[in-house]
Design a protein around this ligand. Structure first.
Ligand code: ATP
Ligand code: MG
Length: 249
């Protein structure tokens, strides 16, 4: 079966830093794949390349067999890949519902459009439905500035679901929440995204979360893939313990 995502020879340099070093990676439909690696290993760079936020120096990126390398983030999103951010990109002075509403109207509009009251109602309904899935409908009319970091992360993920992506990339969905809250947060995320995004790639630093939620783990080191396989195998790997998990696993 064609993988949802197929990356070949993907390269990205920032001056002397090789942030993506001839990466080859296939992601099969329906899998939950965790990207791990120390700070600066290239995880976010990979997410940025796949979602059009960075242009590769060379290499190919295919979604369902179609080349998407060097397309704009908007074009990549239209084709079916969405992402959340390590630091959520929200309008802090707007409410949760207003932020989602901006995403909904962006996904629906085709260039210039005029929004009727009926369209506004439809947007509000879609917005509330998405917030409900994350258990956040009670916070719909609260400004982002008043909401905690973990809640902002969830709203950012909800925004990524607006286009019902084939592939969802989550950059550190549980960062910034306490160790005790991480499982509840990840349970909420997995439950909420399930109806829309069957294939999930998530960047994660907490190896307990990785073991619990990933079908497969890809370990990055200096822009390269150090190990790739089942969590039980990758987390035991000698090089992964040396360069990624610091022997903690
Ligand atoms: N826009 C940029 N300009 C210059 N250097 C960059 C840029 N983006 C990333 N880098 C560099 O590329 C390397 C990989 O960074 P990246 O953000 O992908 O790491 P990461 O694995 O996501 O780390 P973290 O766990 O800290 O988020 C680092 O050395 C980083 O400093
Ligand atoms: Mg990162």
């Amino acid at each position: 079966m064609t993988p949802v995502l197929s990356v070949r020879g993907l390269e990205k340099r920032f001056g002397a830093v090789v942030a993506a070093d001839a990466l080859n990676l296939d992601i099969a439909a329906g899998k939950k794949v965790s990207l791990i690696g120390a700070n600066g290993a290239g995880k976010t760079t990979f997410v940025n390349l796949v979602t059009g936020y960075l242009e590769p120096d060379s290499g190919s990126i295919e979604l369902d067999g179609q080349d998407i390398a060097s397309r704009s983030p908007r074009s990549v999103a239209r084709l079916g890949i969405s992402r959340s951010f390590q630091i959520p990109q929200l309008f802090v002075e707007l409410t949760a519902a207003e932020n989602l509403s901006v995403a909904v109207s962006g996904a629906r509009s085709r260039g210039l459009s005029f929004h009727s009251p009926a369209e506004a109602d439809g947007r509000r309904q879609k917005t509330i439905e998405l917030l409900e899935r994350f258990g956040l409908d009670g916070l719909a009319d609260r400004p982002i500035a008043e909401l905690a970091g973990g809640i902002r992360k969830l709203i950012d993920i909800a925004m990524a679901l607006v286009r019902r992506p084939k592939l969802l990339l989550l950059d550190e969905p549980t960062s910034g929440v306490s160790a005790e809250e991480k499982y509840a947060m990840m349970d909420r995320v997995i439950h909420a995204v399930a109806p829309d995004a069957a294939t999930i790639v998530f960047v994660e630093h907490d190896m307990d979360i990785v073991s619990r939620y990933a079908d497969r783990v890809v370990a990055f080191y200096q822009g390269r893939i150090l190990a790739d396989g089942l969590p039980s195998e990758v987390l035991k790997d000698v090089e992964v313990r040396r360069y990624v998990t610091g022997g903690a696993q």
